[in-house]
Design a protein around this ligand. Structure first.
Ligand code: GSH
Length: 213
């Protein structure tokens, strides 16, 4: 498999697909395209006419958009283990990912992913606080149903990959969380795959206006 991604520092949608592949130890090559540089739009369009990363290439099949890439990986390479096996938890996990995919615009706008940046005394606007509250509720519901409370739905799933960029954001912007949710964030951050991504982000030097990503 070949995964086309953007900058590690900024590309939260790329992180989601990459983390799922890494966490399940699947073999893949990464092609990084530095976003918003001369020629980058054309380079991306050569893989995905929609002009967005991530894109997954697998044996002649092209899959684009992070959620469908994760679904494809789960179906084709993980015997569906990308989602919880219990149908009620799976429905919750799928709904949580769909909500992330289409929502939380205030948080995404005010707190863009920037792995290299740590903000002290970040002022949280009311609409951003609402998004954080909603995410906290979702995570608490998921963790309370999980047997181990290690990951959102027990074993690592697409939902953890989908919320990993939120973990990076909450940490980078210094958002205070209840103990159980902070412990979840700490477990995600401690994953070797997340540490690897953060190291790769540190090694990059491009600077992008966050509004654009
Ligand atoms: N819905 C898409 C969003 C993908 C997306 O917005 N990717 C950004 C990088 S994180 C991108 O490719 N931006 C380049 C551009 O807009 O030109 C997904 O889930 O994959």
């Amino acid at each position: 498999m070949q995964l086309i991604i953007g900058n590690h520092n900024y590309s939260s949608w790329s992180l989601r697909a990459w983390l799922l592949l890494r966490q399940f130890d699947l073999a893949f090559d990464t092609t990084r395209i530095a976003l918003f540089t001369p020629g980058s739009a054309e380079q991306i369009k050569a893989y995905n006419p929609a002009g967005k990363v991530p894109v997954l290439l697998d044996n002649g099949t092209t899959i684009w958009d992070s959620l469908s890439i994760c679904e494809y990986i789960s179906e084709r390479h993980l015997q569906h283990k990308g989602w919880p096996s219990d149908h009620t938890r799976r429905a919750h996990a799928r709904s949580s990912c769909a909500e992330m995919h289409t929502g939380f615009m205030a948080l995404r706008h005010a707190m863009p992913m920037n792995c290299r940046r740590h903000v002290d005394n970040f002022t949280i606007a009311a609409d951003v606080q609402q998004d954080i509250q909603r995410i906290s509720t979702l995570w608490s519901e998921a963790l309370s149903q999980s047997d181990s409370e290690r990951f959102l739905y027990g074993d690592f799933s697409i939902a953890d990959a989908f919320y990993a960029p939120v973990v990076f954001r909450l940490t980078g912007y210094g958002v205070k969380l209840p103990r159980q949710l902070q412990a979840y964030c700490d477990r995600i951050l401690a994953l070797p795959a997340c540490q690897e991504w953060l190291t790769l982000a540190q090694q990059e030097s491009e600077v992008i206006d966050a509004e654009e990503v």
